[in-house]
Write a protein that binds this ligand. Structure first.
Ligand SMILES: Cc1cc2nc3c(=O)[nH]c(=O)nc-3n(C[C@H](O)[C@H](O)[C@H](O)COP(=O)(O)OP(=O)(O)OC[C@H]3O[C@@H](n4cnc5c(N)ncnc54)[C@H](O)[C@@H]3O)c2cc1C
Length: 301
């Protein structure tokens, strides 16, 4: 899993000079309120960037320690998404709507919600810049901005997502396609991939694959499916004990695993996916496809 949060800096307040004075003057104008977006003050003791799983969890814990009013979350989205449910959405066991809550409802009571996008960090001066150039100073900063998906690093994507047989469980926009592809599956390759980049959840590519296998068995289509797991890694899991258990499962379920294979291109018209062999630079392998899963790379924001 990716780390959720990172405490970046904790310089003494006195370095903040005029910022702090302004903050103190303006504080009385703003009411601390449950979740409702409010205009940002100039200073917070704890500033949390991002209202995803990490940001909400941390702000709740910090609030309990330091008290309401000292913590604010900067988050532009009206909706909070609990992304682990997307595995079940891809497998048809949950609706996408079950993964979201209104941001207002998940922000801990008393924590201020600054409904804006973080534009710039200035750790030397303990401040950030948000929309419209507004600057906010902090004593402690917690960054929980998540991972940005960069499908464009794979040739043929994201435009390839127009085709019904290509999807990714990592994206809000495409996660429902997996279930549709499974329902429409008749025969051929069902390819699940693990990219050669940082990834939101290292278990997720396998989880949707096992659920797809179960669905295809249940519906009598498994005999016509060649399930392939192409992973950039050299092992099925990082911990030996669990890797051994998973290898047994893979054998029992007749899944074809290819290690050190990294997806570099999709050719939707030709129904093909191209993988580079990471141990043999320049060598590629082409596989015809049903559904591609899990393509993600990291970029801060
Ligand atoms: C399919 C799938 C299955 C998963 N399964 C599991 C699992 O079983 N177990 C598990 O532990 N983890 C799982 N994960 C991973 C888990 O969802 C993430 O680790 C977790 O969501 C990370 O939390 P986060 O707060 O760092 O980022 P996110 O939850 O992605 O939240 C980031 C927030 O930052 C906001 N943001 C982005 N840019 C800006 C900006 N410039 N300014 C202000 N706000 C911004 C976004 O709007 C978002 O609300 C899964 C993920 C996926 C996609």
């Amino acid at each position: 899993m990716t780390p959720l949060v990172m405490v970046v800096s904790c310089r003494p307040i006195r370095f903040l000079g005029s910022f702090l004075q302004q903050g103190t003057q303006q504080a009385s104008k703003f009411q601390l309120h449950t979740g409702t977006p409010c205009a940002a003050k100039d200073y917070y003791e704890f500033l949390v960037l991002g209202g995803g799983s990490g940001g909400i969890t941390m702000s709740s814990r910090i609030k309990k320690k330091v008290g309401a009013g000292k913590v604010a979350i900067v988050e532009p989205s009206e909706k909070h998404f609990y992304q682990p449910i997307w595995t079940l959405v891809g497998a048809g066991a949950k609706k996408l709507s079950s993964s979201s809550r209104s941001m207002e409802k998940v922000i801990p009571s008393g924590v201020e919600w600054i409904k804006s996008r973080v534009r710039e960090l200035d750790p030397d001066k303990n401040r950030i810049r948000i929309d419209e150039g507004k600057e906010i100073a902090y004593k402690y900063l917690i960054i929980a901005l998540g991972i940005k998906l960069e499908f464009e690093k794979i040739k043929g994507l994201p435009e390839g997502f127009r085709y019904p047989k290509i999807g990714s469980n990592y994206s809000l926009v495409t996660v429902e396609k997996t279930w549709k592809a499974l329902q429409g599956f008749k025969e051929g390759n069902a390819i699940f991939t693990f990219p050669n980049t940082p990834i939101k959840c290292a278990g997720a590519p396998q989880k949707i694959m096992y659920l797809a296998d179960a669905y295809l068995r249940k519906t009598g289509k498994r005999e016509n499916a060649n399930i392939i797991f192409n992973t950039s890694l050299g092992a099925i899991f990082g911990v030996k004990k669990y890797a051994e258990a998973l290898e047994e499962i893979i054998k029992a379920r007749n899944i074809n695993v290819n290690y050190r294979q990294n997806l570099i291109e999709v050719l939707p018209e030709k129904h093909e996916a191209v993988f580079e062999d990471l141990d043999n630079p320049g060598k590629t392998n082409v596989i015809s496809l049903l559904s591609l899963e899990y393509l993600t790379t990291q970029f801060p924001w």
